[in-house]
Every structure is written in C-alpha cells, then in structure tokens.
Design a protein around this ligand. Structure first.
Ligand SMILES: *[C@@H]1O[C@H](CO)[C@@H](O)[C@H](O)[C@H]1NC(C)=O
Ligand SMILES: *[C@@H]1O[C@H](CO)[C@@H](O)[C@H](O)[C@H]1NC(C)=O
Ligand SMILES: *[C@@H]1O[C@H](CO)[C@@H](O)[C@H](O)[C@H]1NC(C)=O
Ligand SMILES: *[C@@H]1O[C@H](CO)[C@@H](O)[C@H](O)[C@H]1NC(C)=O
Ligand SMILES: *[C@@H]1O[C@H](CO)[C@@H](O)[C@H](O)[C@H]1NC(C)=O
Length: 308
C-alpha cells in the first residue's frame, strides 16, 4: 500500500478541488470590470468605453455653439468646452455619454446639448448661421417677470434673493435650486447666482438634471434615452416610448409634451437633429419620428413645475 495510493488520493483530491473551483467560478456572477481613464472617468465599467472627449472635441463644441461669443450674445466669454468636459467628468462614471457604444454615446451628447442649446438660444433669425446656431447665448433669464419664490418648508427663499432661470438647462424656483444644490453640495439656495458665474457648475446642474428623475418612480432623461428604461403598460397607453421625445417629457412634462405640434417642443427637437448632423452622426440616426417627438404623449407628471 503506502506511497502509490497516497499519490493517487492526492491526485484525485487535486482533480476534485480543481473541478469545484471551476464550478464555483462558473456559478459566481461575473464581476463588472472597472476602468481608469484618469480624471475624466474612472472606477466603473462605463469608463472602459470611449470617454466624451474621445468622441466630442473642442472644435465640435465650437461648431455647435458658433455664435455664443458674438457681440449680440448675452454671455460672451462665459461658456467653454473645458467647463462642459469638467462637469461631465462627475457623471461619466455613471453612464453620461459613456453608455451603449460610440453611436449611442454621441447621440446622448447631441441630445443633452440639444436641450441646452434650445434653452439658452437667442433664437435670432436665419440671417446669420440659422436659428440653431445660437445655443449658449444666455446664462440667465434677462428680464424675469417674477422672483420665482414659492413658500417651501424645506427650501425657504433667502431674503432678497431671486430664483429666476439660470444655467445650461435653466433652474427656476427656490425649491429646484435647493434640490440641485443639495445634490451638487453647493449652497445654491443662498447663492443661485453661482449658476451664472461658474460655467462648470452651470453644466453640472444641467447634467445632474439629465441624469436624475424629477420624481421618484419616474425615469431620468438619461434612462429613457439610452434604453435603460422599460415602458410599463401605462407608459405605452400614454404613448411614452424610448427615445428623444420622452426626454422632453421627463424634463418638462406637459409644458412641452402632449400639446400637439408645439413650438417649444419643435425647437428642442430641431436643435438635437441639427447637432446630430454637425457631429457627423446624421439626423437619420435619431430613429422613427414617433420616438423623437412627444406631441402625443401624456405627461409623466401632469403638474410638472420641475425645470421651468
Ligand atoms: C461599451 O461599448 C459597447 C459597444 O461598443 C457596448 O455594447 C457596451 O454596452 C458599452 N458599455 C457600457 C458600460 O455602456
Ligand atoms: C466652479 O464650480 C466648480 C464645480 O462645482 C468648482 O470646482 C470651482 O472651484 C468653481 N470655480 C470657481 C471660480 O468658484
Ligand atoms: C396606470 O394608470 C392608471 C390610470 O391613470 C392609474 O390609476 C394607475 O395607478 C397606473 N398604474 C401605475 C402602475 O402607474
Ligand atoms: C421607438 O419606439 C418603439 C415603440 O413605439 C420601440 O419599440 C422602439 O424600440 C423605439 N426605437 C428607438 C430607436 O428607440
Ligand atoms: C407651446 O409652446 C409655446 C412656446 O413656444 C408655449 O407658450 C405654449 O404654451 C405651448 N403650448 C401650446 C398648447 O401651444
């Protein structure tokens, strides 16, 4: 007996242990790979794909926002590419502009900037560059008709401060400044003016809004755009389908959607399609018309006061 059977048992043990290891490997869920692209994106699987600056460079930005520094613009010298990329770095690890592969990533940048361009456009006519060349022409509402202060126990207005629209997707009302400020860890309730003084912060607040549901149980604009959101039966009945159209619903509800052929809806859509063309993606990549508009959609949140 002795040594031969000892060797045999040892071998068998090794084989059994190897099989068990193999099985346990197969049974354990695949660990998500995390990648490091430096300051712009690190720590999640989203960072394994291209970053935004790989796909959208300073000359793309200049082309999209060609008129922002002309003398008739209202925020000359304020907005720049660097502030957009710096702001995006906080959200790229969570999928902003880093989801779904190159085409989807470029489409999401165009979609987000389409909202921004439309909301900050001077809308000057066709004479110089066309109506969609005027994005980032403002960084705040020029002649607010009110101070946008509503009674709120959580976010009471700071005396003497006004909460008119400021930023890249403008924030209005004390409550919305309060929520955005909490999320970004900046005291916007006391200092809403930061959004018209700091372009990085202005973009951060806008990307945060894009990435965050306005209400619990509603999807974010990001989720409906990149396909993270699966419509329920109610959504389908309400004609809410994945795509750009529903991003307007997520952000603005019935202020833009379900109004038929509404001007402000059409203006947002037109900016998006124009940017797709300029970025070389092409407007046909936006998909079927029913996914791009929200003319027939019922609002997620019929009494939205969220972003406007
Ligand atoms: C990375 O890109 C590929 C296609 O290029 C895509 O299938 C994958 O979903 C992307 N990863 C993430 C985390 O979005
Ligand atoms: C602008 O905001 C960014 C992001 O919140 C911050 O890091 C930066 O210090 C601010 N810049 C100034 C001049 O306050
Ligand atoms: C679906 O819509 C109906 C009618 O508007 C509503 O009563 C119901 O609560 C909704 N269901 C869900 C899951 O939202
Ligand atoms: C467009 O909406 C339909 C539902 O009407 C959906 O099945 C499809 O996936 C959407 N297409 C895109 C490109 O989002
Ligand atoms: C459509 O858009 C305009 C802004 O262009 C807005 O004032 C109006 O209330 C919207 N709704 C309808 C039903 O026209």
């Amino acid at each position: 007996m002795g040594s031969k059977s000892t060797v045999l048992i040892a071998l068998l043990t090794v084989v059994v242990v190897m099989m068990m290891t193999d099985l346990s490997l197969a049974a354990s869920p695949k660990k998500e790979k995390a990648c490091d692209k430096g300051w712009e994106c690190k720590g999640t699987a989203h960072c394994c794909n291209h970053t935004i600056s790989d796909l959208f460079q300073v000359d793309n930005f200049e082309e999209l926002f060609a008129k922002r520094n002309t003398p008739v613009a209202h925020a000359v010298g304020f907005w720049d590419y660097r502030s957009f990329i710096t702001a995006s770095a906080q959200f790229q690890p969570h999928g902003f502009g880093t989801t779904g592969g190159k085409q989807m990533q470029m489409k999401e940048v165009a979609a987000f900037l389409g909202h921004v361009g439309s909301k900050t456009s001077c809308g000057y006519g066709v004479a110089t560059g066309g109506p969609y060349a005027w994005g980032l022409c403002y960084n705040h509402e020029l002649s607010p008709s009110k101070s946008y202060c509503n009674e709120d126990y959580v976010y009471p207005c700071t005396p003497g401060v006004e909460y008119y629209g400021r930023g890249a997707i403008p924030v209005y009302w004390n409550y919305n400044y309060g929520v955005a400020g909490d999320a970004l860890k900046v005291d916007l309730l006391s200092h809403p003016e930061y959004l018209e003084q700091n372009a990085t912060l202005a973009f951060q607040a806008a990307i945060w809004r894009w990435m965050t549901p306005v209400k619990k149980k509603q999807p974010s604009a990001h989720d409906v755009f990149v396909g993270n959101w699966k419509p329920t039966k109610n959504d389908t009945l309400a004609k809410r389908v994945p795509g750009f159209g529903t991003t307007m619903n997520a952000l603005y509800g019935d202020q833009v959607c379900g109004q038929g052929d509404n001007d402000s809806m059409n203006n947002i859509v037109s900016h998006y399609l124009y940017y797709l063309d300029l970025m070389g993606v092409g407007r046909e990549a936006a998909g079927p018309h029913e996914n791009v508009t929200c003319a027939e959609q019922a609002a997620f949140n019929p009494t939205a006061t969220a972003s406007l």
